[in-house]
Design a protein around this ligand. Structure first.
Ligand code: VG1
Ligand code: CO
Length: 538
């Protein structure tokens, strides 16, 4: 095996964000760019000698080429085996599952998630550790340090492998195993859920639509929903993964999955509908005539998970990211189980799940998951909802109303201001930071900057977003996105609690309008960003 060492100089800005490194695809295609990050990663984990990695991605433009590069580099760095999804495809949760099931040392996942794909759109890569979860900050910090000092990378001069052929082949002395991306994941789902009950629900005429948005979940949803569970052909929409996601934003929210929302709001819409994102870790849940906010979905699932066989013994606890509404906390409190509030990003849930402190986790950004893997999992959330619906024999709307009548309702919305001038966005955050140290303006109880101490390893993560607590219980959170590739994205998270005997059926944006006005008064957001409305509201 002739290892080739190629000299290289560091690239600026290879700092992993909320979920790995994301850049414009053309940036990743610059000679040596991907290689510099991959070598820095291998060096950060103490090399590859004798190790096994899982490699796959969401199938976007440059996915297949990046995999060939990674395989040659892994082999040159001494890895023993790489397990690769057929045609380079692995959803993020399926990759997490494979890492765990096959006891791999880690994995490289290629995705920019919900960001569009294509030569002029976005690409991304992240490293997951042996527990199947995103590398913690201690590892990503080391990777970033390495990228600043890198002087070369190792590769081989071997030809590309055939990613479509299931079975074993080799790259240098390393074995490459191409596996069906769906099989092991589908088996795991069957262990967790009452497939017979879901089958009976569907056979009884309960109608379902799942929008895979031309992203990675197509093959998974088709095999499980239409195959194993017997949903009629056509249940899965946009089920064929495309390198450019059919030119869409594979982001399962009411803006980017509008056709699906319109469908459930129509007269003859399905009883239940859902969508997933580019890499299959997010989910959007809809019922006939209703959109379930991700924060509510987490709370409803926490209250009902015991109805699924995999969670029949109850939950150890529920964890949510800080900007996610406090609806899940109310369920945890009533059930007498742990509730955790972590910074944004799935990597912060790993320790809680590994330690058995939390069973369900969720983020307001349409991410829900459990201890079955160490990533959020879109299709899992859909199947858990279907299991709950099969068991409770109620509509989505009735389940939600029943939930609010028990726990009260946290009216919730996120407003995004995209591609804002970075200096302006940073100044808005800095001003909020200084406000937190002064006397509180009228109507505001407290402003603080969220900092998290991991209860398992004691690591501290500071500056994870500004929180504004209003008198009367409303809360607003502001933070800058760590996944964007252009300028800054300001995320404004708004929530207002109404108790069970309050008005539970107000329009969400109407319920939150006073809060929006108060935040604008506090930060002068609209004038400073030059926008009269957010780009996206979810
Ligand atoms: C966003 C979401 C966050 C999520 C992250 C990765 O991050 O807000 O909740 O964990 O994306 O999800 P940010 O920093 O842009 O707010 V995914 O599906 O893009 O891997
Ligand atoms: Co995603």
């Amino acid at each position: 095996m002739d290892v080739v060492s190629k000299p290289i100089t560091p690239f600026d800005g290879q700092k992993p964000g909320t979920s790995g490194l994301r850049k414009k695809t053309r940036v990743f295609m610059e000679p040596g760019y991907l290689e510099a990050f991959v070598q820095s990663t291998f060096d950060a984990i103490g090399g590859c000698a004798g190790k096994t990695f899982v490699v796959g991605g969401d199938g976007r433009y440059f996915n297949a080429e990046a995999i060939q590069t990674i395989l040659r580099m892994a082999a040159a760095n001494g890895a023993a085996r790489c397990i690769v999804g057929q045609n380079g495809l692995l959803s993020t949760p399926a990759a997490s599952n494979l890492i765990r099931k096959r006891e791999a040392n880690g994995g490289l996942i290629l995705s920019a998630s919900h960001n569009p794909g294509g030569i002029d759109e976005d690409f991304g890569i992240k490293y997951n550790i042996a527990n199947g979860g995103p590398a913690p900050e201690s590892v990503t910090a080391k990777i970033f340090e390495n990228t600043k000092a890198i002087s070369g990378y190792k590769t081989l001069g071997t030809p590309d492998i055939d990613q479509s052929a299931i079975g074993e082949t080799s790259v240098g002395t390393m074995t490459v195993e191409v596996v069906d991306p769906v099989t092991e994941y589908a088996a795991l789902m069957e262990e967790l859920f009452d497939f017979d009950a879901i089958r009976a629900l569907l056979a009884g005429g309960f109608s379902v639509k799942f929008d895979a948005m031309h992203a990675v979940t197509g093959p998974y949803a088709t095999a499980i929903l239409e195959g194993t569970l017997g949903a009629p052909a056509g249940t899965v929409l946009n089920g064929v993964p495309l390198v450019d996601f059919g030119k869409g934003h594979p982001d399962p929210n009411p803006i980017w999955a509008k056709p699906l929302v319109d469908l459930v709001m129509s007269e003859d819409g399905p009883d239940f509908a859902a969508a997933s994102d580019g890499d299959g870790d997010r989910n959007m849940i809809l019922g006939k005539g209703i959109y379930v906010t991700p924060s509510d979905s987490l709370a409803v699932l926490a209250a009902n998970a015991h109805l699924a066989p995999g969670y029949a013994r109850g939950l150890a606890g529920v964890a949510r990211s800080m900007p996610t509404s406090r609806a899940a906390d109310r369920v945890a409190e009533k059930a007498g189980i742990n509730a955790f509030e972590t910074p944004t990003g799935w990597k912060f849930f790993g320790n809680l799940l590994d330690a058995g402190k939390a069973t369900l986790c969720g983020e307001e950004s349409a991410g829900t998951g459990s201890d079955h893997v160490r990533e959020k999992d879109g299709l899992w959330a859909v199947l858990l909802w279907l299991n709950v619906l099969a068991s409770r024999k109620m509509s989505v709307q009735d389940i939600l109303m029943d939930h609010w009548q028990t726990y009260g309702r946290d009216y919730y919305s996120r407003h995004d201001y995209e591609a804002v001038d970075t200096a302006v966005a940073e100044a808005i955050m800095a001003d909020l930071q200084s406000l937190s140290n002064g006397t509180m303006p009228a109507g505001i109880e407290k402003i603080d900057s969220f900092s998290y101490t991991d209860p398992v390893d004691g690591s501290v993560s500071e500056n994870q977003g500004m929180r504004v607590f209003f008198e009367g219980g409303a809360r607003a959170v502001m933070r800058l996105s760590g996944t964007g590739t252009e300028g800054a994205t300001i995320r404004l998270y708004l929530e207002q609690y109404t108790p069970p005997d309050g008005d539970l059926t107000i329009d969400t944006q109407e319920a939150l309008a006073p809060l929006v006005a108060a935040i604008d008064k506090l930060t002068d957001l609209k004038t400073r960003t030059g926008r009269d409305a957010p780009d996206v509201m979810t």
